[in-house]
Design a protein around this ligand. Sequence first.
Ligand code: HEC
Length: 183
Amino acid sequence: MRNFVLGIVITILVLLIGGLGLALLGFLPTRANHAPPDMERHFAMSALDNSVERHAPRLNNPVPPTDENLIEGLKIYTMNCALCHGGIDRQPSTLAKSFYPPAPNLILHPPDDEEWHVFYVIRTGVRYSGMPAWDKTLSEPQIWKLTAFLTRVEKLPPSVQDYWKQSSGAAPPTGTPEGHDHE
Ligand code: HEC
């Protein structure tokens, strides 16, 4: 039994050291200019989702979703996020596909996660991807306004929709099958 356990430990060590060795010898791919394989994408997305489930505090959004706060969220989005995640003019971001993994279009495909989940991802970023942590750049109330906006992109109140149209010339997505966009 002792030898069996020892065998397992040694095997794990050999795999680990072998893996590190291969990485140091330059066998790990580092190119970011192609889409991740499906298996890698599914694995990474599940790992990310489950890690956020495990680590993120279950907070309620302290910022009420008033028209003013939603418009504020829209402005913060346009200034900081549209470059990678697509603008409110509904044009795709030119950079989105240059990241590994690519940056999702948050206007055409807004997040359907709970607000505490979205808040956590924005505040802490996503390691091994191009998604920055925003806790050093934006204040918590600003991140909550962004969260309120992003989780309501398809169901904004009329006056916020008007503001959106006036500032971009495009209508906000409604999430209905007719109005549904494909990238
Ligand atoms: C420099 C490019 C870049 C900027 C700027 C950026 N992001 Fe990201 N973001 C990414 C990338 C790349 C990913 C994909 C990470 C992944 O798939 O794991 C991502 C992922 C996300 C996700 C997770 C989506 C999901 O599938 O769960 C959210 C939410 C998000 N970003 C919000 C924002 C917000 C809000 C801002 C602005 C404050 C922002 N991002 C700014 C590159 C960026």
